[in-house]
Design a protein. Structure first.
Lengths: 310, 205
């Protein structure tokens, strides 16, 4: 995370505001079409957004996605495949008490209560989130780098991968009663990816607690990878010696690989990854290699064919 | 069917026209009120596409509704349903090209070569001659060929449903249900099945 100097912030005028858009779109298309796209979402979640005093752009100058949009547009298949429906369905899901087992090839396996994790000093980081479905957001997370947690349990030399597992709670997660996906959600990282300082264990958002629909009480955020790598509601972290098979690799191995690095040059088999729709903006942005974190992470993949290791 | 009275025959097509047009003000209202999710462009594309598919499948249901259930008014609205479907296909495509891609052909053209987009494009293009020839004087002028041409709608239905299948992630079952429904409605046209069912339903009344 770089500190953002105000002079680096791209002027607002470079971004089409919604108002301007409505005007221009009226020229482009029939009036009905322009109206169809003028956003401005009514709140469907009743919780008050937290008071946020941090920076309002990422290091590239892009404006933060609104709290409203981040909490009402969620890919969280345990609750619903409808992104706009998740917020209304998470009400009963208990995020406390909560604990995480950290086991496997470690010399000091531990079970952390969620409160215990406060010992890892929380940091605020603004990350771009690029969904594999070609939309994106800019989100101010609060969390701590995963390497702090891993150092705490002292991985042994046999540990080469980290496997994350979500909670299996079909009573409160309605879609887990159906076996259309191989529950529970599993994700994985290579050890060097897991130890990278950008890799964040997230417990908060917009200066407040992490909303349930965004993965409370604790989720993973790996900003240079597609959003689905950011496993939510984590209950287990295992250090293993073989590459974990993620839920999406198991469900559709030809479409979702282990690495899932954001890459405009490697298309999804069914759609292009060259561009993305930034939530809250009109039109499309070019997708950046490694989601704009190329400088920080490209060296992790030196010599690897990213088309094969997608 | 008992519904074949004069009053109903008069009003049924009008009701269908109104029902087919209502989604437009409804979409505008939802856009205005911010009810189109955090990604209103995607939501508008999905919604117009879905309505187009619904109307296309409804037009496919008209013939079996008449032949099997003896519901004649369905024939009166069959062409209108197809034409309205084409209207929503146009909206669907226009939003995709303008609001989503901003007419940026550098990105639009590669995307259009993806199977999902290609199938949608072919289905949409095939609908054009059907929409045009659904108005007079074409039905008379084309005679027997009109029917042959309009049998293309069977293919268009299947292409549209597969187009839908190709844009959803694993685990989303809805497009498959549409595909099954289309295959079912096509199956009802197979003569032995049609004769068996029409005998069953019409005589049972």
């Amino acid at each position: 995370m770089q500190k953002i100097d105000p002079s680096e912030v791209t002027p607002k005028k470079l971004y089409l505001s919604r108002r301007q858009f409505i005007g221009s779109a009226g020229v482009i298309t029939a009036g009905a079409l322009s109206l169809a796209a003028c956003a401005g979402n009514l709140p469907n979640v009743t919780v008050e957004p937290p008071v946020y005093t941090g920076p309002t752009t990422d290091e590239l100058g892009a404006t933060l996605t609104t709290y409203q949009d981040i909490t009402n547009y969620n890919n969280y298949y345990e609750f619903s495949t409808d992104k706009a429906a998740v917020a209304d369905l998470v009400g009963n899901f208990p995020t406390s008490p909560w604990s995480i087992d950290v086991t496997g090839f470690v010399s000091e396996p531990k079970t952390y209560k969620i409160e215990d994790l406060q010992k890892f000093e929380p940091e605020n980081r603004i990350y771009r989130l690029r969904c594999v479905e070609a939309w994106s957001m800019v989100i101010p997370w609060t969390g701590f780098p995963l390497h702090k947690l891993l150092d705490d349990v002292k991985p042994t030399s046999q540990a080469t991968y980290v496997k994350f597992t979500s909670i299996f709670d079909p009573k409160d997660m309605p879609m887990q009663n159906s076996d259309f996906l191989p529950w529970p959600y599993v994700e994985g990282l290579r050890m060097d990816e897991a130890m990278h300082d950008l890799t964040l264990m997230v417990t908060g958002m917009y200066g407040g607690p992490l909303p349930t629909q965004d993965g409370a009480p604790i989720r993973l955020v790996v900003p240079w990878k597609y959003g689905f790598k950011g496993i939510k509601a984590i209950v287990k972290i295992e250090l293993v010696d073989t590459q974990p098979t993620s839920l999406w690799m198991q469900a559709a191995p030809d479409e979702y690989g282990f690495y899932a690095n954001v890459n405009p040059n490697v298309n999804h088999p069914r759609w292009s990854q060259a561009t993305e729709r930034r939530i809250g903006e009109i039109g499309r942005r070019k997708t950046l290699l490694f989601n704009g974190y190329e400088k920080e992470v490209a060296s992790l993949y030196t010599g690897m064919d990213l088309k094969i290791n997608f | 069917m008992k519904l074949n009275n004069k009053f109903f025959n008069q009003w049924f097509p009008i009701l269908v026209h109104i029902a087919c047009l209502l989604p437009i003000p409804w979409l505008i209202a939802d856009a205005w009120l911010g009810h189109l999710t955090a990604d209103p462009i995607r939501a508008s594309i999905l919604r117009t596409g879905k309505i187009a598919l619904e109307l296309l499948v409804l037009s496919l249901a008209c013939t079996p509704l008449n032949t099997i259930f003896g519901f004649k008014p369905a024939l009166k609205v069959r062409r209108a349903l197809g034409d309205y479907s084409f209207l929503y296909v146009c909206l669907h495509f226009a939003i995709f090209v303008s609001l989503d891609y901003g007419f940026d052909f550098q990105f639009l053209l590669p995307e259009l070569t993806k199977p999902y987009a290609l199938l949608g494009l072919i289905a949409g293009l095939l609908l054009i001659p059907l929409a045009i020839t659904s108005f007079s004087p074409w039905p008379k002028r084309l005679g027997k060929n009109w029917k042959r041409l309009h049998n293309l709608v069977y293919l268009i239905n299947i292409l549209s449903a597969v187009h839908f299948v190709l844009v959803v992630k694993q685990g989303v079952t809805e497009p498959y249900l549409w595909l099954i429904l289309i295959v079912f409605l096509l199956g009802l046209r197979i003569p032995p099945i049609r004769h068996f069912l029409s005998g069953f339903f019409v005589h049972a009344e």
